[in-house]
Design a binder for this molecule. Structure first.
Ligand code: TA6
Length: 259
């Protein structure tokens, strides 16, 4: 499985047509922004552990099917690739009625566009399950979701409300925040940087860190890999699932920059 390697004065990136999976993105002058497990598998049928898995058309477990849908374990085809006048690279990949377009430069813009080509209403969930690399997750905070409601997977999906303070990490954290269109900021003091995640067409944000036990149980994660990552995922999940009438399209966008 060979990646498409993108190298410009603005950024380096690696993208697999398998899952239309962006595995690496490093804007010029910065450390890598995406976490990619050194133990990730790159084998058909398995999700790549890190980067930006595309979750579609369902989020989470499903009776008799692979968790997080089939998009991330499908072979997408490159529809177009071009370098813009300002040096950014734009590349689009398609899988049936879904198009994933990336614009790669000092910022990363990701657009997931779905069209209902059928005769019935199409209902689906989706997420850009982005893994961010951090210096030390125990010093990280995530701002932007203060006061938002979330489903806490670590507590039987109980519905809770985020306090009026940023999210801190001192245990397994697995929360689907709903009905929020907020920009999130990952503050990483140990690497003296902030990662800003803006979004449009998305009403859910998932915040996940597996912590110690869960990371130990993941064969494609290093035992201490949990310390170097946090997922802030842009999606439409559960009560925020997307409903499209025949012929309608929907685009969800995440734009990421480092400050
Ligand atoms: O987005 C968080 C989550 O749903 C976690 O519960 C965990 O399952 C994670 O996704 C990774 O899932 P995966 O199927 O890639 O191992």
């Amino acid at each position: 499985m060979e990646p498409i390697r993108i190298s410009t004065p603005l950024a380096e990136a690696e993208l697999y047509s398998y899952g239309a999976h962006l595995a690496r993105w490093t804007p010029r002058g910065h450390r890598p922004v995406l976490y990619l497990s050194p133990r990730s598998l790159f084998t058909p049928g398995k999700g790549i552990r890190g980067g930006v898995p595309i979750i579609f058309p369902w989020f989470g477990p499903k009776e008799g099917a692979a968790a997080h849908g089939f998009a991330r374990t499908s072979e997408w085809s490159v529809e177009s690739q071009r370098t813009l006048e300002d040096g950014r690279v734009e590349i689009a990949l398609v899988l049936a009625n879904v198009r994933f377009r990336l614009t790669i430069g000092l910022e990363l813009k990701m657009e997931l566009e779905t069209t209902n080509v059928g005769k019935d209403v199409l209902v689906f969930e989706e997420a850009l399950h982005t893994y961010f690399t951090v210096g030390d997750v125990e010093q990280v905070t995530v701002a932007g979701l203060e006061g938002a409601e979330y489903l806490d997977k670590t507590d039987d999906y109980q519905r809770k409300r985020q306090a009026e303070e940023p999210i801190r990490f001192d245990r397994e954290t697995d929360r689907t925040y709903v009905n929020t269109r907020s920009t999130c900021t990952i503050l990483d003091p140990s690497w003296e940087r902030r990662i800003v995640v803006e979004k449009s067409g998305s009403a859910s944000t998932v915040v996940w860190n597996p912590w110690i036990e869960k990371a130990m149980a993941m064969s494609d994660m290093e035992p201490d890999g949990w310390k170097q990552m946090v997922c802030v995922e842009t999606g439409n999940i559960g009560e925020n699932a997307v409903r499209l009438a025949p012929g309608e399209s929907h685009t969800m966008t995440a734009t990421i920059r480092v400050e």
